[in-house]
Ligand binder design. Structure first.
Ligand SMILES: NC(=O)c1ccc[n+]([C@@H]2O[C@H](COP(=O)([O-])OP(=O)(O)OC[C@H]3O[C@@H](n4cnc5c(N)ncnc54)[C@H](O)[C@@H]3O)[C@@H](O)[C@H]2O)c1
Length: 485
């Protein structure tokens, strides 16, 4: 039975909690049982305006601070997050239903890593000097201004930190809108940033549904929008941002391929396939849901994946022994089961799972299909649930062609012990984030993001700096100015 985790108020603006109960009610439930965790209100127009006004007012003084000063605050926030990791992880588990076993290591912890990373490099964010004969030029790296972050529900605090840390390190201010399904942890992040010394108004959180996100994107005070969400939402937000010629980062969906060649270390490849499909009950954008296996090893590989998947411990996410939890919502539960039905109807062979779990609630069994063909819905569309599809292949050329035959381009992975092949395959992948002999590792030091319909821009690493700052070029004339007449 989860404790009610009612925050002081729904929104956090200008360093304090703010409420406006004229907004639409926004209730968050523990996905394992349906119990209410907190009840909040979506932002009214006046809350949206309040948040943007605060972010706009805080802009100049925050940008005027040195990178070292800004970085120190971010690093302090990272330390506080680490101290409170368990409390934040429990909150994330209540909000998302993800097993505590996962949230203890992957959510707030990744957020802390991100704040620490950008806190550490903030002091070194500079322009450059360009000698031009006796003249020279230099560039000034400037913040963009007021940024808007819009989050998905699968990694709430991680997404908030992945947007806040680079934005703030570069001297921007941010208004963050979490997913309406997971409103809680971003408020905690706001509290922690204030405690770490962040000036009021630099990081603000407002709650709401898509229309609140839309109102933020449309506001003329906003210079940049970073969205983590689905491709259809991405198309809308990108189009709206284009009207104001705003910068964007789009972290969208995927249908990523994982190629297993017959010379791969099978145990490692089996582990990776399991991680790539069943971690967070399959609710991960970069999941390798199309598992292409070279024909000779397919029976053995399939048998091993099935045997290991049967050992999943499905249970209460708050029990640390549980390693497989429920779907976030009724909608995601229904979508997943409907795709499983489509897989059966379109002729794939159901190897394991395929049903709602007998425990009730929003649990869907870890599900494995074999004999999947490229044209089936389960091989083409993002399910965002625990559904693994096996597709046999013969040659490298064939596997690559089929792997790339998708509108998405978020991620891709390859397992082989042939070093040359590994790099050749990765070079040919049409995907922004690739793994060789592992899958789904996303350290802050490595850029993350997609190509094709999966997105625009990169999060994390030095690459993110380019998406939260812009260069002003200054030409300095050192000699006489000549004119034709
Ligand atoms: N590439 C990545 O880094 C990444 C990470 C996690 C999730 N995702 C993707 O996110 C999706 C699942 O998350 P979701 O269901 O929350 O996605 P979603 O697209 O439904 O919603 C994402 C966010 O956008 C907001 N939103 C919806 N309509 C809007 C509009 N018109 N204007 C502005 N904001 C709007 C929502 O309120 C929410 O906060 C999947 O497709 C998944 O692949 C991508």
């Amino acid at each position: 039975m989860p404790n009610i985790k009612q925050p002081e108020a729904s929104h956090y603006i200008n360093g304090q909690y703010v409420e406006d109960n004229a907004g639409t009610e926004l209730v968050t439930r523990y996905p394992a049982t349906g119990e209410v965790v907190a009840s909040l209100y979506a932002a009214t127009n006046s809350i949206v305006d309040h948040a943007l006004t605060a972010a706009d007012a805080a802009r100049a003084s925050w940008a005027a601070m040195t990178g070292s000063e800004r970085g120190r605050i971010l690093r302090k926030a990272a330390d506080i997050i680490r101290e409170r990791n368990r409390e934040l992880s429990v909150l994330e588990t209540l909000d998302t239903g993800k097993p505590l076993q996962e949230t203890l290591v992957a959510d707030a912890a990744s957020g802390a890593d991100c704040l620490e990373y950008f806190g550490a490099i903030a002091a070194g964010l500079t322009g450059e000097h360009i000698q031009l004969g006796k003249d020279f030029a230099y560039t000034i790296r400037e913040p963009l201004g007021v940024c808007v972050g819009i989050g998905a529900w699968n990694y709430p605090i991680q997404i908030a930190c992945w947007k806040a840390a680079p934005a703030l390190a570069c001297g921007n201010t941010l208004v963050f809108k979490p997913s309406e399904m997971t409103p809680l942890s971003a408020l905690k992040l706001a509290e922690i940033l204030t405690e770490a010394g962040l000036p009021d108004g630099v990081f603000n959180v407002i709650q709401g549904y898509g229309e609140t996100g839309g109102a933020l994107v449309d506001d003329s005070r906003v210079a940049k929008v970073s969205l983590t969400g689905s491709v259809p939402t991405g198309r809308k937000v990108y189009a709206a941002a284009a009207k104001g010629m705003k910068h964007v980062t789009m972290e969208l969906g995927g249908k990523s391929p994982l190629l297993i060649f017959d010379d791969a270390s099978l145990d490692d490849a089996v582990s990776a396939a399991i991680n790539a499909n069943f971690y967070s009950s399959g609710q991960i954008c970069s999941n390798g849901t199309r598992v292409f296996v070279q024909k000779g090893i397919l029976p053995e590989f399939l048998a091993r994946v099935k045997e290991r998947t049967q050992k999943a411990i499905i249970g209460d996410p708050l029990d640390e022994a549980t390693n497989f939890g429920p779907m976030i919502s009724q909608a995601q539960f229904d979508i997943t089961l409907s795709y499983i039905q489509k897989g059966i109807d379109e002729g794939a062979t159901l190897v394991l799972g395929g049903k709602a779990h007998h425990k009730g609630g929003l649990y869907v069994e870890p599900t494995i299909f074999s004999d999947v063909t490229d044209d089936m819905s389960i091989a083409r569309e993002e399910i965002f649930g625990p559904v693994m599809s096996f597709l046999p292949f013969d040659t490298e050329e064939e596997a690559l062609r089929r792997a790339n035959d998708t509108e998405f381009g978020l991620a891709a992975g390859v397992f082989t012990s042939d070093l040359t092949r590994a790099h050749r395959v990765v070079a040919a992948f049409e995907a922004g984030t690739c793994w060789i002999n592992t899958y789904n590792l996303t350290p802050i030091e490595m850029p993350f993001g997609g190509t094709k319909a999966s997105g625009v821009g990169r999060e994390n690493a030095k690459a993110a700096i380019e998406h939260y700052s812009e260069l002003k070029s200054v030409y300095v004339g050192m000699g006489p100015v000549e004119a034709a007449f």
